[in-house]
Design a binder for this molecule. Structure first.
Ligand code: V4E
Length: 224
């Protein structure tokens, strides 16, 4: 698979005291930002059904999240995040079984592969960094507190790592901070996109739920 960073993360439901608790734990607010995410897939949701997530984020560009390995267990997720367009196009072709796509970039790839926008929403995010849990150069721990414009709020504790070998130590930090934030052990709130689909594209949501059930692993679609 093409090169990228591995995003290890755990979602949680923030409460009114979460920001204050982050400050007590030595967290610093990096920025507050508002952006629009637009997600793309085939009409049959071939990418999402295969646990692949393609989006264009306002201010950041194209991002493609691909599963690192099947059968990740526990309340966290691990995804390889591709941001370089040639790597994204190559991976899209692999997942969708397409061959011979030229070097025309994302616009050509979207057209040739039949990818269309399936969701678009705006997020207000406060982005926190926890220096206490990891020095600048070694696995800094980040917490994002997100409010989507369709009325859903979710937080995530995350670490970006270069290699699979770094995942266990990232998870240790994620679980220890989650516990200090009072996150219930089994809490796995759904991603914003999943809640969006449930509310605005219920047939697509049901399709993903069905696929996830047959995989016998929660995919963040159980309790929106
Ligand atoms: C990976 C994924 C989806 C795509 C959106 O990913 P997410 O991490 O929710 O994005 P965002 O914007 O909140 O954070 P950022 O990328 O900026 O860090 S939609 C569903 N999934 C898969 C998934 C899963 N398998 N399990 C759980 C609990 N959540 C999501």
């Amino acid at each position: 698979m093409a090169q990228g960073l591995i995003e290890v993360e755990r979602k949680f439901i923030p409460g009114p005291g979460t920001e204050e608790r982050l400050q007590e734990l030595g967290g610093t607010l990096e920025h507050r930002i508002t952006f629009r995410d637009s997600y793309y897939d085939t009409p049959e949701l071939s990418l999402m059904k295969a646990d692949h997530w393609l989006r264009q984020r306002e201010g950041s560009g194209w991002e493609f999240k691909c599963p690192v390995a099947a059968g990740v267990s526990g309340p966290h997720t691990e995804y390889l995040e591709l941001t370089a367009e040639p790597a994204i196009v190559a991976q899209l072709c692999e997942v969708l079984g397409a061959e011979g796509l030229g070097a025309g970039g994302m616009t050509d790839a979207l057209r040739s592969l039949g990818l269309q926008e399936v969701a678009s929403f705006v997020t207000k995010r406060s982005a926190w960094k926890l220096v206490h849990f990891g020095a600048e150069e070694e696995l800094p721990l980040r917490v994002d507190l997100d409010s989507a414009d369709f009325g859903y709020t979710v937080g995530e504790v995350e670490v970006l790592v270069q290699e699979k070998a770094d995942v266990p130590s990232a998870l240790e930090k994620i679980h220890s901070l989650s516990s200090l934030l009072g996150v219930p052990t089994r809490e796995t709130p759904p991603a914003k996109l999943i809640v969006y689909l449930q509310r605005f594209r219920p047939q697509d949501y049901d399709l993903l739920l069905e696929v996830n059930r047959s995989r016998e692993r929660p995919q963040g679609t159980e309790h929106p």
